[in-house]
Design a protein around this ligand. Structure first.
Ligand code: ACO
Length: 319
């Protein structure tokens, strides 16, 4: 049976960090950050907020929007690169915090900024095959914890947040098709290489990025996978009503739209207010565009993810 999204939600921590505030910490400026990235501000989790806490807030909103109770959820997939701990999974912690006790499956996906697209695609397979009934798919991140706040090349780019969607079986397909890819040979251009060994951190625990290489790679694969996914549904870019790409940088998004010959009016943008929230960026942007009425029944919505790994993928939805 096909699957469709029955409800979405999001959560942003209360604290807002502006570019001007960042310029007091590192040698940068509001003008530099805006013109190079499109980012005006980002949200930062409070000291007592874990990734799972952000996820639970977004999940509760999505479950309510689907007119369900937490107990109706029998699969939880959390996409995150900033889990609460090495194990158990953040999904298991979310399940507990939602008070779900019936033993439904819960696991995390590690595909960095493509994580939500990966998670949605996997959950869709499980719902449509009957392996799960009502799936809660979450992208949640606390990147503020893995940034070197003295490195102006990375600390200005990211923010914290969470977005969620509830996926249910449906007579008509909501999710039409999805395509996932990875090429691990590019893993060094965007990574957080540190690990814990014998009680000590080995390697840097902070985000490392070759910005120019990321930029080039992201634009190429985002446009390619969009065309691949649309072709599988016998559609062309012109049939797409809304493009919701990973919100890394406005210039990457604009370049992708140009490659697809799509007008910028069809692009959903949140990077200005949220920064790059990795796996959370797509579900938060989706939730915003649904709640403000931009996305309407019957429209085609194309989600495009790209991130460390390198990973990339897209999901086509008929809303
Ligand atoms: N403020 C001021 N100056 C800065 C800053 C900053 N925050 N960061 C870097 N600079 C300086 C550099 O040191 C460099 O100075 P130099 O010429 O004296 O050496 C100068 O600005 C130019 O740096 P470039 O790297 O050439 O600037 P560029 O125009 O390429 O923009 C950026 C950098 C924004 C990182 C760009 O490469 C980019 O957008 N890359 C994509 C990376 C991205 O979006 N990553 C997000 C994670 S990836 C993902 O989510 C898939």
């Amino acid at each position: 049976m096909p699957a469709r999204i029955a409800g979405t939600g999001r959560y942003l921590p209360a604290k807002v960090l502006t570019n001007d505030e960042l310029a007091q910490r590192v040698a940068t400026s509001d003008e530099w950050i805006r013109t190079r990235t499109g980012i005006h501000q980002r949200h930062i989790a409070a000291a007592n907020e874990q990734t799972s806490d952000l996820a639970v807030h977004a999940a509760r909103e999505a479950i309510a929007a689907a007119s369900m109770e937490p107990d109706d959820i029998d699969l939880i997939v959390v996409a995150t690169a900033t889990p609460d701990m090495i194990f158990p999974s953040t999904a298991a912690i979310v399940q507990d915090k939602l008070g779900i006790r019936h033993g439904g499956a819960a696991f995390d996906i590690a595909a960095v900024c493509s994580g939500f697209v990966y998670a949605l695609s996997i959950a869709e397979s499980m719902v449509s095959s009957g392996g799960a009934r009502n799936a809660l798919v979450i992208g949640a991140e606390t990147y503020s914890r893995i940034l070197d706040w003295s490195d102006r090349g990375t600390c200005v780019l990211f923010g914290d947040g969470a977005g969620a969607a509830v996926l249910v079986p449906a007579a008509e397909p909501g999710i039409l098709t999805s395509h996932l890819h990875a090429d691990g040979s590019h893993r060094h251009i965007l990574c957080t290489p540190g690990t814990i060994q014998h009680g000590a951190i080995v390697g840097t625990p902070f985000v490392h990025m070759d910005g120019a290489a990321v930029f080039k790679f992201a634009v190429k694969v985002m446009a390619d996978v969009a065309v691949e996914t649309l072709a599988a549904a016998k559609l062309t870019p012109a049939d797409v009503d809304w493009v919701i790409p990973h919100q890394a940088n406005i210039r990457i998004m604009d370049a992708t739209m140009k490659k697809l010959h799509l007008p910028e009016e069809r692009l959903v943008v949140t990077v200005d207010r949220h920064g790059n929230t990795s796996a959370a960026s797509i579900p938060m942007a989706l939730d915003i565009a649904i709640r403000d009425g931009r996305i309407r029944r019957g429209q085609h919505v194309l989600l495009i993810g790209v991130g460390g790994g390198f990973t990339w993928g897209s999901v086509l939805i008929r809303w």
